[in-house]
Design a protein around this ligand. Sequence first.
Ligand code: ZN
Length: 194
Amino acid sequence: MSEGQLPSNVHVLKPRTMSLSDRLDLFLEKNALAPDETLVRRDPTRPKAPGINAIRCACCGQMEYLTREYCRCGHYLLGQLEDEFLEWKDGLKRASEDIAETTEQRLRAVRLMSLVSMPFIVAPLLYFVFNRSEITIYAIMSTAIGVMILGVMAITEAHVCKPLRASKALLENCTWQHFLESRSWPGNISENLD
Ligand SMILES: [Zn+2]
């Protein structure tokens, strides 16, 4: 293509952003030639997209009401929605398995760290057993440090297990109704409908 030639769809690629004069702007707006006016108007018999009430037909690509069993093109929309539901359920299951694996790895590390507390607790005990001496301030301090480490590790363990508990709860409640609600969550609308 030479420098002088422009593609036929140049008006689509390069919307008018520069104002030549107020009179020209007024003329373009009046005659529906301004970019805002040239947008494709939505079919009023179709649901608004994206929306919680809408589903994009996999066959014709048109938006259709979620409550309709069949699209106007004849495609079985309920089946498409059921497929989406099974896919969503599988996705949750896979995510839960991933979280379980990560949690197990983290828990192993936490339990290993808990072993650090053992010498602080076991050493004073062994000392009493073998020497039968009186309780010293060092023994009390050592036991206190050991118990403190165990306490911190218990809190860490509960924190590490939190996402897994949430994920399992979600998996137990993944009903059809829950799926329909999750489609309308912000961020899921475009994902589900596009
Ligand atoms: Zn269709």
